[in-house]
Design a protein around this ligand. Structure first.
Ligand SMILES: NC(=O)c1ccc[n+]([C@@H]2O[C@H](COP(=O)([O-])OP(=O)(O)OC[C@H]3O[C@@H](n4cnc5c(N)ncnc54)[C@H](OP(=O)(O)O)[C@@H]3O)[C@@H](O)[C@H]2O)c1
Length: 191
């Protein structure tokens, strides 16, 4: 099993959301996320899941982390509610950790068994949407773990106000096929 965290954070403050929304719209960033995750299995917190249009993402399986008893997913064939993070410890397939902050935090700061093998770090350096309303959602603690425990293995890919790079855990081997697929998905957007 390979665990991959993928996020887009705002440069400087590591903000990933305001209220329930991402306060920028960069089409190529959404497309990159779609290319990397299509056909894969995602882990999303309940808030993030409910922010997906129609509470779904086509062609992906989704584990929804929630504490709500009997939580009803929109597509029971492809989505499943999970109440306990321990479920993922022995999970055999690859997992793409798609946020939000509480879920990144669970994996990035929750102990070595959960630490993602790969992080796709997208950094947005444009302006925030001034109309966004709600509490800022910030992942500085996760970014600190990234800088401390990971090493960058790709170039910096610059596109439309977003710098993307791929990182792996220091001193560990990662499935080369997974890495190759991720890098190809990023580079496809650069063509
Ligand atoms: N920029 C990006 O790349 C990106 C990506 C994804 C999301 N986001 C943004 O992130 C924000 C949402 O982040 P968030 O942290 O507020 O919410 P979230 O992580 O999406 O979801 C929080 C939910 O997950 C549940 N949960 C968390 N850990 C759990 C566990 N161990 N077991 C069971 N349930 C668990 C929480 O339940 P309890 O509250 O009951 O504990 C809560 O209902 C939004 O603004 C969204 O747009 C940004």
């Amino acid at each position: 099993m390979t665990k991959i965290a993928i996020w887009c954070r705002h440069q400087g403050d590591n903000l990933i959301g305001i209220g329930t929304q991402i306060p920028w719209h960069v089409k190529s960033d959404f497309q990159r996320f779609r290319r990397i995750t299509t056909g894969q299995t995602l882990v999303a917190g309940q808030k993030t899941y409910e922010s997906f249009p129609g509470r779904t993402l086509p062609d992906r399986k989704i584990f929804v982390l929630t504490q709500e008893e009997g939580y009803e997913v929109s597509d029971p064939q492809n989505h499943r509610a999970v109440n306990d993070i321990r479920f993922f410890k022995d999970y055999e397939g690859d997992l793409y950790i798609a946020g939000g902050a509480s879920v990144y935090r669970l994996f990035m700061t929750g102990g070595s068994k959960l630490l993602p093998d790969v992080v796709v770090d997208c950094v947005y350096h444009g302006k925030l949407n001034p109309d966004a309303k709600g509490e800022p959602v910030v992942i500085t603690d996760c970014v600190n773990v990234l800088f401390e425990k990971y090493r960058q293995i790709s170039s910096d890919y610059e596109l439309d106000d977003v710098t993307t790079s791929v990182w792996i855990k220091k001193g560990e081997f990662v499935d080369q096929n997974v890495l190759k697929r991720i890098v190809q998905a990023i580079e496809k957007g650069m063509e």
